[in-house]
Design a protein. Structure first.
Length: 605
């Protein structure tokens, strides 16, 4: 391809990103997810009797906007039929609003879909929790997580403290509400009994619950145990409250937190509850003119990745754009628990993660040689990343050595995807790439050697790697091979050759690549019937790392990026396999810019 044409494409992306930077040095792109968060806030406004017409109208408009012509809601466009839990969440919220009725045409379609999929008994456990809190579905007779988890010593292998920070910030609230069998109803609460299909036991329990007073439901447990457990849970929750009122910076966690406060006797107008509600509203963004509640904003992540991509595109580290981004990141380095790491979002001050930390460190790398505050920040962050390596040699997202097989077998849906935090190919590969490129660590380093062996041992038979936090095998393979190359693994190594062959095999005729979110839950590569900018950029960048020169596959991939460029409208961020995905609106700029910049360097060489 014409080199100048590609350089013009690169410059266009650089100029576009520079224009979108805010005065404080950050970038704010929407981090979009399914209807869950919009539904949760709408339900809370009615539950708490907050008569905020503007917000109710906004959320109703957003839910109707995202409903498909078939009347269902999906969490990715090629999801077969629709998503049962997402549809029930949105359907319930719209009924709560009072602005939409069961008789509306698309609501009747949604009702038929829900019943065809088995009704409320087939929902994901988190959606059942939401319904139970609002008196729309019975709490389970025996809750699968005992209160004793909250009082067990930290030294024991099976305890609340051994779970991941992400799941603890959700489960602490759920444990309180569930063991109180708490429900709250008012005049806005809809009736969903028409969605409870064939399960006579559930219908009977629901009817019995309706005949009781709707208040706190006491369970038989030793009072001293309950008191201590609640005390520990409350203490944990208060420790993880953010300045904006959210719990752990997540909309979903804040939703359950508010119900736990109600279960403990707080009134709906309590300052703590109102502050939490305000925090949830503060996570709103605008997409196509509609308001959407993000589960957590991606400000730190986007700012780090964009700054890194700009520097890879030959923007000087001394350019004002980069200096402003560095100053923003320096202000948001966390120090209380991690001693120098970064989190995902601007409002996250207590829960750092490995991926965001290594991403931020890339940005401040060169400045750390010149200025003491950045040198200190670098040293702290770098030490933290190394200290987070797991015993098996890999790196996880949030916690170290949190892969307890006992916890992973708890009888709760998706528990192995949330309560444990195993090493993953994407985090391990990206960390290796950081260590190799920015610290010049190679295969003779003990940390690197263990991580490389972990990746070799976790390569799929077809040559790919599974990526936990992106979609999915293309993402994991890109992260793994770029990391392996950065620390000195030769391009002709058998593992690298297998990865290259697999990427070439799955390339589309248009030159691009595409992978379905269904790969995530099926744990096998499933081709998307279209190419996406983001996944094409990952694949091309991986091949650039794997090849000695420009190949036809790389040329075709770059041609797709520069000729077919447009909005990506497909989620490429992983959240909860089969239930929660993220569409990063920043990715359509970051990864194509990175791939094109690396292409220009390889072609120059």
């Amino acid at each position: 391809m014409d080199r100048q044409y590609i350089k013009d494409y690169q410059q266009k992306y650089i100029d576009n990103l520079k224009e979108k930077q805010r005065q404080d040095g950050s970038w704010h792109f929407p981090c979009e997810n399914g209807p869950l968060t919009d539904a949760f806030l709408l339900i809370l406004l009615r539950v708490l009797k907050v008569n905020d017409k503007s917000w109710i109208d906004r959320l109703v408009d957003r839910l109707l906007y995202t409903q498909s012509p078939e009347g269902v809601w999906k969490i990715y466009e090629d999801e077969e039929g629709g998503n049962l839990s997402a549809t029930v969440e949105a359907y319930t919220a719209l009924l709560f609003s009072g602005k939409v009725t069961r008789e509306d045409r698309n609501m009747k379609k949604a009702e038929a879909f829900i019943l065809n999929r088995g009704g409320l008994s087939q929902l994901h456990v988190s959606t059942k929790f939401m319904l139970a809190l609002n008196g729309l579905y019975p709490w389970p007779r025996f809750f699968p997580l005992p209160l004793s988890l909250l009082v067990m010593p930290k030294s024991l292998p099976f305890t609340f403290h051994r779970m991941t920070s992400y799941v603890k910030v959700h489960f602490a609230s759920v444990l309180i509400a569930a063991h109180e069998r708490f429900t709250i109803e008012n005049e806005w609460t809809p009736d969903l009994t028409h969605l409870i299909k064939e399960d006579k036991r559930i219908k009977r329990l629901h009817k019995q619950r309706k005949e009781r007073t709707h208040s706190l439901k006491k369970v038989l447990s030793p009072q001293f145990l309950k008191k201590k457990a609640y005390q520990n849970a409350e203490e944990y929750l208060y420790q993880n409250l953010e300045r904006d009122g959210t719990l752990g910076s997540y909309t979903s966690a804040t939703f359950y937190f508010i119900y736990s406060l109600l279960a403990l006797g707080y009134q709906s107008n309590a300052p703590l509850i109102q502050h939490a509600l305000s925090g949830m509203k503060g996570l709103a963004t605008r997409i196509d003119g509609e308001y959407h509640i993000q589960n957590t904003p991606s400000t730190i992540w986007d700012t780090s990745l964009i700054s890194y991509a700009l520097q890879e595109g030959e923007v000087s580290p001394d350019a004002p754009t980069i200096k402003k981004a560095e100053a923003f990141l320096l202000r948001h380095q966390q120090s209380l628990q991690s001693g120098g790491a970064w989190g995902f979002s601007e409002n996250n001050t207590e829960n750092p993660d490995v991926d965001d930390t290594q991403a931020a460190l890339r940005v401040i790398h060169k400045t750390s040689y010149k200025h003491e505050p950045y040198r200190q920040a670098w040293n702290k962050g770098f030490s933290w990343v190394l200290s987070m390596q797991n015993k098996d040699g890999g790196w996880s997202a949030f916690n170290k050595n949190r892969n307890n097989p006992i916890i992973a077998r708890l009888p709760i849906e998706n528990i192995s995807d949330t309560a444990v935090d195993p090493s993953t190919a994407d985090i391990t590969g990206r960390t290796l790439q950081f260590l190799g490129e920015y610290s010049r660590l190679t295969l003779d380093n003990r940390h690197v050697k263990k991580a490389v062996n972990w990746l070799f041992n976790h390569q799929e038979n077809n040559g790919s790697w599974y990526g936990r936090w992106g979609v999915c095998y293309i993402y994991g393979t890109w992260a793994a091979v770029t990391g392996l190359k950065a620390v000195g693994v030769e391009k002709n190594h058998p593992a690298m050759k297998k990865a290259s062959d697999w990427l070439k095999e799955i390339q589309h005729r248009d030159g691009g690549w595409g992978e379905s979110c269904a790969s995530d839950s099926e744990r096998a590569f499933i081709q998307l019937d279209k190419s996406t900018q983001t996944q094409t950029a990952w694949a091309v960048d991986a091949l650039i790392a794997l090849e000695e020169k420009i190949t036809p596959e790389i040329e075709r991939g770059i041609a797709y990026l520069v000729n077919e460029n447009g909005d990506d409208d497909y989620p490429t961020g992983g959240g909860l396999p089969g239930n929660f995905y993220l569409y990063y609106h920043s990715y359509q700029y970051i990864w194509p810019l990175l791939a094109v910049s690396h292409y220009l360097k390889l072609s120059e060489d």
